[in-house]
Ligand binder design. Structure first.
Ligand code: UDX
Length: 459
């Protein structure tokens, strides 16, 4: 039951990217709805980039810290390593300043909830005698793979397949996170995801952005070595309740959004007739891959709504938008939850970012998975083989990692109108019901959130 009586003040620190801010912001809103004062600290650059700029968080306050790149954020840094190093130095200092700023007020900070991509935040919390909660944004399965690798339980490089991990289906190398399957790729990011576990034993809580029923075998296995509280899905409850109002409550977009264009267009299309296509906030498709996706969509029998970020637009085939006419709408950013909730959408061609995956599951939209990098291939494996709510495309040209137009078209057709597609839709409805139950009063995540809150009491 919601309790609005004041229960303390938490400060949440997400890693500064869209896919990490969204779940921590939504979790903060849930805490606020249960009586905590919730503050989200973003970097100055992210704060200035937010859309809409006015009151982005509703019930949540925003504050800033610095990553040392206030003008350009990550893109200003000369390397990932340089960015993370400077962020640790400047972030620790400015996070300390923020805690001190609130210290002698009526609402001092009682707890730091931090993204373990930034493990130094826990050291700052402890310096001030504050409890710290690690908030893992990605799937429990992916976290457990990194946990095993960090502790040397998973020997790298992988020397034989299939890979057997307790609680998992058998995995091929390509099902592993890309930092493992593509040995030597993005070493600074790989070090960062392993380093998440460098101090979790000192964290007072380990919160995971999933729900128990979705990953129960993995959660049970990982819980033997690390006490976890599953708290997801972190999706605004009005989407889960079918009370679709407007997107403002989602809170924060780092890209230019035109909600009404998307929704008005979708509202003119028949139920189940549209393929929604998005590869999230970070992945960049090569020109050749964009061409294959473009021709697959153009030549398919379905309408499509495709998110092509401004930075990717130059890779679209010439005159594509004009040539497809009303069959397709290309936008720079969409109100994704509103889109997935719209009856016109029959399938989601997705990179299987963790947020997109859980959003599609929770809104009962079957998927065609086209993972690009990081955790997405593991998510796609679970989408197809464990949750059975989608299929994963096969790479045709291994040398260049390209998925051809025929393969994309055939997967879309299968999900939109094949027998397997019907089963996926039914499965998706079951997962949706379980997602709603998990965050409803007395559900597995709701109980965990209440347990967490009961301990974040005013000192
Ligand atoms: C990345 C990783 O891919 C992801 O797996 C990891 O867990 C977080 O960092 P990203 O690539 O952005 O995230 O994908 P995803 O996790 O799906 O997050 C994208 C978010 O942006 C989602 O919440 C989605 O609803 C939102 N979005 C996306 C929009 O609001 N509009 C869009 O047009 C596209």
């Amino acid at each position: 039951m919601e309790n609005k009586a004041y229960r303390g003040h938490d400060l949440a620190l997400p890693y500064p990217s869209q896919g990490h801010i969204n779940p921590l912001l939504q979790f903060s809103k849930r805490l606020a709805s249960k009586g905590l004062k919730a503050t989200v600290a973003t970097t100055v650059f992210i704060y200035n980039a937010m859309e809409p700029h006015n009151s982005p968080g509703g019930s949540v306050q925003f504050e800033t810290i610095s990553d040392g790149y206030d003008e350009g954020g990550f893109l200003q840094a000369e390397s990932i390593h340089a960015y993370l190093t400077r962020m640790e130095a400047r972030g620790s200092k400015t996070l300390s300043d923020l805690i001190l700023k609130h210290k002698d007020t009526a609402n001092p900070i009682d707890c730091i909830i931090y993204d373990p991509f930034l493990p130094w935040a826990l050291e700052v919390a402890k310096m001030f005698g504050l409890p710290g909660a690690a908030f893992f944004t990605q799937a429990c399965a992916v976290n457990f793979i990194y946990y095993q690798a960090h502790h040397g339980l998973l020997k790298l490089p992988i020397s034989s397949t299939p890979i057997s991990i307790p609680g998992f289906p058998l995995l091929d190398l390509e099902d592993m996170p890309s930092f493992i399957s593509v040995s030597g790729s993005y070493p600074a990011y790989f070090a960062m995801v392993l380093n998440q576990f460098s101090n979790t034993d000192k964290a007072d809580w380990v919160l995971v952005n999933t729900f128990y029923e979705l990953e129960l075998q993995v959660v049970d296995t990982m819980s033997k070595v690390c006490r976890l509280l599953t708290i997801g899905p972190t999706i605004p409850s009005f989407y889960l309740d079918n009370r679709i109002e407007k997107d403002t409550d989602y809170g924060l977009h780092l890209f230019t959004l035109d909600s009404s264009v998307c929704i008005n267009w979708l509202n003119r299309k028949p139920a189940g007739s549209v393929v929604y296509v998005s590869f999230g906030s970070m992945a960049g498709l090569s020109k050749q891959q964009m061409k294959e996706v473009a021709f697959a969509l153009k030549g398919s029998d379905f309408y499509f709504l495709w998110v092509v970020r401004a930075s990717e637009e130059a890779n679209l085939p010439e005159n594509f938008v004009e040539e497809v006419g009303d069959k397709g709408l290309v936008v720079q950013w969409s109100p994704q939850l509103e889109v997935l909730s719209n009856k016109a959408v029959g399938c989601f061609l997705t990179h299987c970012g963790w947020n997109s995956t859980v959003e599609a599951l929770s809104l009962a939209v079957p998927m065609v998975g086209m993972p690009q990098w990081t955790d997405q291939s593991t998510n796609a494996k679970f989408v197809e083989d464990v949750w059975k709510v989608g299929i994963k495309v096969k790479i045709d040209d291994h040398e260049n990692g390209i998925v051809g137009r025929e393969e994309i078209q055939s997967c879309i057709r299968e999900v939109m109108e094949g027998e397997r597609g019907r089963e996926m839709k039914e499965n998706a409805k079951k997962w949706r019901a379980l997602a709603v139950a998990a965050v409803s009063e007395g559900g597995s995540s709701d109980k965990n959130i209440d347990e967490f809150i009961s301990k974040v009491t005013r000192r």
